[in-house]
Every structure is written in structure tokens, then in C-alpha cells.
Unconditional design. Structure first.
Length: 317
């Protein structure tokens, strides 16, 4: 075998070994069915891998999520410690109760630094029009900042937006001091922030690489585009942003506390089961929360209840 053929053969072997390794970091159909078939009442008997909470509905979830942040801020204010938090755009149920508590309890946000989790972008990685429904910057101005009384509000210089032009400044500020809490939700594939299950055939990542992923600009997966299109505007994928700017898993897991929530039912049911009962895997990035010392996953009862758990008579194989 000449040198050129030997090189190609060696490269092919390396590629296939890597593909085999990555395949082992996904879930089999049998494993998916197993975790999705567990009745909610039996969760505790199946040794969940991460602490979890199940709440009645969006109202209860929103109140709980808002309280997670207000308690951290109040404790740090009392101790004279500035609070640093990763804040998501969604789930939507917590903003009104958070702002109401801040105003009613006169909780000063003057020492709060906010690191916004992610942002949607157009196909050229540009910000969306200000009134686009998935412009997270505009949404957060409307629901998170504007309702708070001016004398209590987060100073504008302490609001770090996850946008391409801001990445150098954001990155520098982020690592200056500890992050006290990361709030968020999860996606249909268990993505935290916009850290989706990577499906690029020519640049796959290992679990360790995914866990070490950092803030970046990226294309969104096709299933993410379709999921957002279905949820927001009648499956018009043509209107859905194809790119995003996101913090990485590395930044999420750097927080002292991680609290993720979902009230969107069928969209998140399988990923919720993966978080609780599957081993860490690239297919469901939310499973990496199992490696964090203080992470809690919270779902509404609808989100926790999988159709497969209600139909043991179904046969898939």
C-alpha cells in the first residue's frame, strides 16, 4: 500500500472509530421507550439521576422560578454581595411574578448583573427586527426590565446581551467573578440555552467537547427550526430564525446553581425523561446537568407525563 492510500485508510479508520464512540453517546430506541414508559408516580423507584420537581401548572412554575432568583438577590443584597445571574428569554410564566415581587418587596436590582442566555439571528447572523416575536432583546426589555420601578432597576451597563458584536465584552465580564445562578428552560432535544444536539456529519463532538462548549454563533438544527415554527406560527418554518448566538454548556455549568423549568408539555416530555433517567449523552445535552453539584429540573405535570407512560399496550418494535 503506498503512502497516500495508507493515509486515507488511516483517516477512514479514525473517522469510523469516532462515529462509533459518538453512537455510543446517543440513546437506543429501546432506551427511549424505557424512560418514556415510566409512570410519573413511579419516578422515585427508577433512581432519577438529577434532582427534579413536578408542579401543577404554569402559574405554580412561574412563581417558583421567580422566587429562585429573588431569594438569591435578597440574600446577596443582605450580605453586601453583588449578584451575577444567567437569565433566559423564556419560559414566559415567571416574568410577571418576578417583577411584581421586586416592586412589592422593594428588592433592589442595582447590584444585579444580568448575562442574557441567548439570541436568535437571521441567516447572515444579524439581529432580528426589533418587533420580531423571537427577538429576545426586545422581549426582555418588555417583560423583564420595563415593569420594574426605575429606582430598583438593573443599571443598563450591567445588562450583557448575547449578541455577536458583544461577545468579546460579554466573555471578558462573564469570567471576572462567580455566577450565582443560571435560570433556563430546555428545548425539544434537551438543549440548554441554544446548545443543541450537534448533528453535523463532518464535525461531530464528543460528550466532553459538548460539556466544554463556549459562547458562540451557530446554525440551528432543522428540528429546532421546525419545533419553533410549529409552536409559534403554524409551522411556517420560513419565518423562523435559522441561526442563534448562545452561551455554552461550559458557562451554564459554571454557575453555582442551575435551575431549569418547562411548562410546554409535549415539546419537552422526552427530554425531561432523558434528564432524569438516561446517562449523559450528546443526543440530549440536558443530561449534562447530572454532572453539576446543584442542579434541579422542574416540569409541570403535563410536561412530566409522557404518552408512552399512559399506553403500555403500544408496541413499537
Amino acid at each position: 500500500m503506498d503512502d497516500s492510500l495508507a493515509f486515507v485508510f488511516s483517516l477512514s479508520q479514525t473517522w469510523w472509530r469516532r462515529r462509533l464512540t459518538l453512537h455510543m453517546q446517543s440513546l437506543s430506541k429501546e432506551e427511549i421507550l424505557r424512560i418514556c414508559s415510566i409512570p410519573v408516580k413511579d419516578f422515585a423507584n427508577h433512581k432519577p439521576r438529577v434532582p427534579y420537581r413536578i408542579v401543577k401548572d404554569s402559574g405554580e412554575m412561574g412563581d417558583m422560578m421567580s422566587e429562585e432568583l429573588t431569594q438569591v438577590i435578597e440574600a446577596n443584597n443582605a450580605a453586601g454581595i453583588p449578584t451575577r445571574a444567567i437569565i433566559p428569554c423564556g419560559p414566559m410564566a415567571w416574568y410577571a411574578p418576578f417583577c411584581a415581587k421586586v416592586n412589592a418587596r422593594k428588592i433592589s436590582l442595582q447590584q444585579l448583573t444580568v448575562f442574557h442566555m441567548d439570541e436568535c439571528l437571521d441567516w447572515q447572523a444579524r439581529p432580528l427586527p426589533p418587533r420580531h416575536p423571537l427577538n429576545f432583546h426586545s422581549t426582555m426589555e418588555d417583560v423583564f426590565y420595563r415593569p420594574v420601578e426605575a429606582q430598583l432597576a438593573v443599571p443598563e451597563v450591567q445588562r450583557f446581551w448575547m449578541e455577536p458584536d458583544n461577545l468579546p465584552r460579554y466573555r471578558e465580564e462573564f469570567w471576572k467573578a462567580p455566577i450565582h445562578i443560571c435560570l433556563g428552560g430546555w428545548g425539544q432535544d434537551g438543549h440548554l440555552a441554544y446548545n443543541q444536539a450537534r448533528r453535523e456529519p463532518y464535525s461531530p463532538v464528543t460528550l466532553e467537547e459538548l460539556a466544554g462548549s463556549e459562547m458562540r454563533v451557530q446554525n440551528n438544527n432543522w428540528d429546532t427550526v421546525l419545533a419553533l415554527a410549529h409552536r409559534n406560527w403554524g409551522a411556517a418554518y420560513q419565518l423562523t430564525p435559522p441561526m442563534s448566538c448562545t452561551i455554552g454548556i461550559k458557562e451554564c455549568l459554571a454557575a453555582q446553581k442551575v435551575r431549569v423549568f418547562s411548562d410546554t408539555g409535549a415539546w419537552k416530555q422526552t427530554a425531561f425523561r432523558a434528564a432524569l433517567f438516561a446517562p449523559p449523552c450528546c443526543e440530549y445535552p440536558i443530561t449534562l446537568l447530572q454532572k453539576h453539584p446543584d442542579a434541579i429540573v422542574t416540569a409541570t405535570f403535563e410536561t412530566a407525563t409522557h404518552p408512552c407512560s399512559l399506553h403500555p399496550e403500544w408496541q413499537f418494535f
